[in-house]
Ligand binder design. Structure first.
Ligand code: GLU
Length: 304
């Protein structure tokens, strides 16, 4: 058999650091997004690496082509450049579906039928009996997981009857499968010179949604699959996603995906000291641009 030739370009690509900026086009970009995008660009340039842009538009009701056009226009105006093609998650549902089917086969997810109202009533009932219901790091009550014990026949009957449901991760089964403590490599600061080990605590989120009946993925599932598929070596994103990384590490482990290193950067806060949201019109990039701000002004405003 012929020996494979050493291919220096392929070898170089393997060590090329890959960064990504992954906005959701469900509103206008604000200063927080600008900081994240520009920081990714700066780190990729310094490492002589790649910068990818991924449009996270699986929520087909909230994400629109108009918002996406606005995102692209704002990023170009800021001076960001990225490798083409842009990956648009809504174009890859078949790929997510295949992975979801694997999780279903391996009994790591289950169909969860409780509506929001039923969840609320269940939790209120439990709290009335004097028990504080556990909440996730965002303050949302954990899913009661009552229907995890539903017999297969009953699940099939409800699905056949078109009862609404979401696929939820059976976090206990998943942790048992992985069978070890999970951690990830977190950079200490934006020089990306030193790292520390961060503990993943996916149980803190309970049985998270992995896919919906009509959308075969969720934020967590799509993000880990795409980061792996796109060869992302460095995930640089806001501190608000720090503890969600625990869920993503668990999914990576279950699906045998490589693990990137992470840096969760500081958040740009509003005048009231709170996290910026897409509804803050005075920190929107388009608004600032129309008011006469230049890309350099934006860099200064976010401290870059
Ligand atoms: N699409 C997510 C957002 O806009 C970011 C996901 C990520 O960077 O992992 O908040």
């Amino acid at each position: 058999m012929a020996k494979p030739l050493h291919n220096p370009i392929a070898a170089a690509e393997m060590t090329l650091l890959t960064f990504r900026f992954a906005p959701s086009p469900n509103g206008d970009l604000h200063l927080g997004h600008a900081y994240s995008a520009l920081l990714n660009q700066k780190l990729a340039a310094r490492a002589d690496g790649r910068l990818l842009l991924r449009i996270e538009d699986i929520d087909t009701t909230r994400c629109t082509p108009q918002f996406e056009a606005g995102v692209l226009a704002d990023l170009k105006w800021l001076g960001l450049s990225w490798e083409e093609p842009v990956r648009r998650q809504s174009e890859h549902f078949a790929g997510y579906q295949a992975v979801l089917e694997r999780l279903v086969r391996e009994e790591l997810v289950y169909p969860a039928f409780m509506s929001r109202g039923e969840i609320r009533a269940f939790i209120t009932g439990s709290e009335k009996r004097g028990r504080d219901w556990p909440r996730d790091p965002d303050g949302v009550p954990l899913y009661p997981a009552a229907d995890k014990a539903l017999p297969l026949k009953e699940r099939q009957r409800r699905i056949a009857e078109n009862t609404p449901f979401a696929w939820r991760l059976d976090v206990d089964a998943a942790m048992a499968r992985v069978g070890k403590d999970l951690s990830w490599i977190e950079f200490v600061d934006e020089t990306l010179s030193a790292t520390r080990s961060a503990d993943a605590r996916p149980q803190d989120w309970g049985d998270v949604i992995v896919a919906r009946r009509d959308i075969p993925t969720s934020y967590h599932l799509a993000v880990v699959l795409d980061d792996a598929l796109q060869g992302v070596s460095h995930v640089v994103r806001g501190q608000d996603l720090f503890s969600a990384t625990g869920v993503q590490r668990l999914l990576q482990q279950l699906l045998d995906l490589p693990q990137p290193a992470y840096f969760h950067h500081r958040l740009i806060l509003g005048p009231d000291g709170r996290k910026l949201s897409k509804s803050f019109s005075d920190t929107g990039l388009a608004v600032l641009r129309h008011a006469g701000a230049s890309p350099d002004d934006i860099r200064r405003m976010v401290g870059l």
